[in-house]
Design a protein around this ligand. Structure first.
Ligand code: ZN
Ligand code: ZN
Length: 378
């Protein structure tokens, strides 16, 4: 059985409909591409899915009509999928379908819908001639509906991510060889990107980060022309997309020996281990984050760690759950078995440089499994 045929599109749609019922929605209009891929396997760059209480329609332009029909035939869960070809814009077509079916409360994805698109869609809904006496349709803002379902991976997704993590670890095992005095950050990054492709990744999951010497004190340094020098610490942060799923890994390579840098590496490595030990079903993201943060504070590095401890991985490289300090209004929902996220504490000292160590973990009953497998010190 291929991975795709093992995906449970019916279960995913049922979970989304549970949310629709709770929020008294007649339909959900989904436009965020990763969510379309998740709910029906659609991988086009534009399109929309209208999920109603009993049906599912994909709205595409003519470029994707054949692909959409093929999707419906590709998986038993998708046999009832209706395909609607948009004559003009996807949103105009969505508005027509919504009005034709008399759907009154229609949820939209507020986090990914630009304000301009929202106003056009509202205008299109208002502009479609109403059947006499038909109720008006209203757009209702929703957040994290499909994202929360996506956070817990199905066995078929775990299998893909596990394979991706093994391949990324094989790349990580090679990267120290690319870091040689005199080479530029850009040259090293190009080698890493080549290694990702050789390892079977479709593409890098994000722009590869190579931050050397003083640049390493900037957690998301831009790739530069700086040439690596003896005594540098070099942060290498890279990831790949495999079968649609993202994995992400960071190691800090030391060129030559520096006692201060070694101490920093040791402190971050302890924080990384402490956070991994804190991961288990029921643990709150803020607790996992605190495990890393407290350990760094114990080394006098409380102010040197300015970002979150981790982020979910899946169809997107940054997704639910967010593992960080509790912010006002932010959810701190306990992590569950089947979630996959990074653990990536760091410490950044402008005078010395920075260190970050990142691995990918899968939450399992009683704890977690570290999916990436490469020594901390390369
Ligand atoms: Zn990373
Ligand atoms: Zn990351």
């Amino acid at each position: 059985m291929s991975a795709v045929s093992a995906f449970s599109y019916a279960r995913r749609q049922t979970r989304a409909r549970e949310h629709m019922r709770v929020a008294s929605l007649d339909a959900l209009l989904l436009t965020h591409p990763p969510n379309l891929r998740y709910l029906i396997g659609f991988t086009g760059t534009s399109g929309a899915v209208l999920l109603t209480r009993s049906g599912c329609t994909v709205i595409v332009d003519f470029r994707y009509v054949t692909a959409a029909h093929e999707l419906a035939a590709s998986h038993p869960d998708l046999s009832g999928l209706e395909v609607h070809c948009a004559e003009h814009s996807i949103d105009d077509a969505a508005a027509s379908v919504i009005r034709a079916r008399g759907l009154r409360r229609v949820g939209i994805e507020s986090a990914s819908m630009p304000v301009g698109r929202f106003s056009k869609l509202s205008a299109a809904l208002a502009g479609v001639p109403e059947p006499v006496g038909a109720p008006t349709s209203a757009l209702v803002l929703t957040e994290r509906v499909v994202e929360r379902i996506r956070a817990v991976k199905e066995p078929a997704e775990v299998a893909i991510i596990r394979e991706a993590a093994a391949r990324l670890s094989s790349v990580a095992a090679r990267v120290a060889g690319f870091v040689l005095a005199g080479r530029s950050e850009r040259e090293i990054a190009a080698d890493i990107d080549d290694a990702l492709r050789q390892a079977g990744f479709e593409r890098p999951a994000f722009e590869t980060i190579v931050a050397s010497g003083p640049n390493s004190a900037l957690p998301h340094a831009r790739l530069g022309l700086r040439r690596v020098e003896h005594g540098d610490g070099v942060v290498l942060d890279f990831g790949g997309v495999y079968d649609g799923y993202c994995v992400d890994l960071t190691r800090t390579v030391q060129l030559g020996s520096s006692r201060e840098l070694s101490r920093l590496l040791d402190a971050v490595s302890q924080a990384h281990a402490a956070a991994i030990s804190a991961v288990k079903p029921g643990a709150r993201p803020s607790e996992i984050d605190a495990a890393a943060r407290d350990r760094l504070a114990g080394h006098g590095l409380a102010d040197a760690f300015g970002h979150g401890t981790g982020h979910g991985l899946g169809l997107e490289v940054h997704e639910e759950p967010r593992i960080g300090r509790l912010a006002p209004g932010q959810p701190d929902e306990p992590v569950e078995s089947g979630m996959v996220f990074t653990i990536e504490p760091g410490a950044y000292l402008p005078s010395l440089g920075g260190v970050r160590i990142e691995d990918d973990v899968l939450v399992v009953p009683g704890g977690c499994e570290v999916l990436t497998d490469v020594p901390i010190l390369l």
